[in-house]
Design a protein around this ligand. Sequence first.
Ligand SMILES: [Zn+2]
Length: 284
Amino acid sequence: MKKLSVVLLLLISVCARANEDIPEMNDKNGYVEPFQMFDDVYYVGDKWVSSYAVETSAGLVIIDTLDFPYSKWIPINLKKLGLEAKSVTHVLATHGHSDHVGGAQYLQAKYGSKVVMSLKGHELAIEQAEKSKEVNKFLPPNVDLIVKDGMTLEIGGKKFKFYITPGHTEGDFSLDFMVQDNGAFHRAFVVGGHSLSAKKPELANQFFASMDRIREIALIPPVVTVNLANHPHKNDLFANRDRRHNGTETNPFTSENNFFMFLDQQESLAREEISELAQSVKSD
Ligand SMILES: [Zn+2]
């Protein structure tokens, strides 16, 4: 009897520990209920960082993976959306900062996903993983496919086109692909690094060049109408979710100007940052 209670106690503590591993899914921790944006695109990110699940005929593609251990919400979110039967075939991590790459290895280990990153993005991911600690400790993923500028990757009937767009970090990539809304196609764009990093102001020239290039690419027909920014406050994501919930005639995640306004805004924010930096240098 005594033996049985020891085993039971052990079992309970193992289960409790397994649960502890997953951060509590509450507002304070930034948890957001997942939701569908298009026929084939879902939001599975949190309050601060975006993560999108794109459905293809081969399975799911996850774009960006949140900070670890919040990445553990992604499979739970997929289940909530009824997508648990689909495997995650690919994980695309737009750059090497922990809030985008933190869960890549976790998803890779869980689903056997192929991880797609730029070479410099992966180098940064390794650095960030080495610096990560305690509950946020994560491992860098193994990269299965290195992003090359202009590369197209066809996954389950969907074509993803990649562009190397440095400026936020040295290894940012952006991508575009077509999404479907009630069967109609719209061109979506993910800007991989949309702000100037205060830690690397020397990347400013690359940042502005990338923004200009992205604008040019996005204006090539079919013009981009879907802004899949990798932080939700950059594409009015939650306001649009609520608008959609209240019922609008057109899908609020499509817009003729949201993407271009976002690019302009990011450029002016970067300019402000540079002038503030110049001011502080002068006053030092
Ligand atoms: Zn970043």
